[in-house]
Design a protein around this ligand. Structure first.
Ligand code: DX5
Ligand code: ZN
Length: 224
């Protein structure tokens, strides 16, 4: 996947679920093309979020948006079909949550959608090397997954550089997505270091004025 411009992917985890459709539309009406969906099973991560029904509702509210589904669940292979039926255009599995990472990636791609691999902050970046040519995205976690609103881990910048190097050496073309603790204060530096996609939950949906916050990101993310 080669992006023409940096992408902001708001995570609905931080949205007001009593107004989910309206909040998603606030995003799409203000230039958002990707929506990030965080799926948590209460086992791989210490929290439970939502499943395919909410992903489907998200698709209904934003029919043209690219649904970027981040599975923080064990046995992800069992749920790939359900999330594709719900509208996922890209599914990421955690390298730590599946014993056969290559097979999980292949299972996703065989269904005709894009595949990503997510890695936790303490997982070596080189874990993705063996599948570097088979994936469309790497989700580099910049917090320990499970909750929105956590503090960004500064060591992530080093990890982005490492990932950029692996991508270049391998001739791969996956996008680098940063997930957790992203806001206007670190967006520019993340892009300058090599990120392609920024996930933002609480900094978008926790803002007093969501469209204004999106514009703030867009200004910071405009290529120089
Ligand atoms: C963390 C999730 C993130 C989270 C980001 O487990 O994967 O996508 O929603 O939330 P913020 O932007 O609030 O850190
Ligand atoms: Zn996520």
């Amino acid at each position: 996947m080669t992006p023409s411009k940096p992408i902001l992917a708001p995570s609905i985890l931080a949205a007001d679920f009593t107004q989910l459709g309206a909040q998603i539309q606030l995003c799409t009406q203000n230039g958002i093309e990707w929506i990030h969906c965080d799926i948590m099973d209460g086992h791989f991560v210490p929290n439970i979020s939502y499943g395919p029904m909410i992903v489907k509702a998200t698709q209904n509210a934003a029919s043209d948006a690219f649904l970027d589904v981040h599975l923080m669940i064990y046995n992800p292979d069992l749920y790939i079909d359900a999330f594709i039926r719900a509208g996922a255009r890209l599914i990421s599995v955690h390298a730590e949550a599946t014993p056969h990472l290559h097979r999980s990636v292949q299972n996703i791609r065989d269904k005709g959608i894009k595949a990503g691999v997510a890695i936790n902050p303490a997982t070596p970046v080189r874990t993705i090397e063996a599948v570097a040519m088979d994936i469309d995205l790497v989700v580099l976690m910049s917090v320990n997954p499970g909750f929105g609103g956590q503090k960004f881990i500064e060591h992530t910048y080093e990890r982005i550089k490492e990932l950029v190097k692996i991508r270049r050496e391998r001739g791969a073309d996956f996008l680098i997505e940063i997930d957790g603790g992203v806001g206007p204060a670190n967006a520019s530096k993340l892009l300058q270091t090599g990120a392609d996609v920024l996930v933002a939950g609480s900094s978008v949906f926790g803002a007093e004025d969501i469209p204004a916050r999106i514009r703030e990101f867009q200004d910071l993310m405009r290529p120089a």
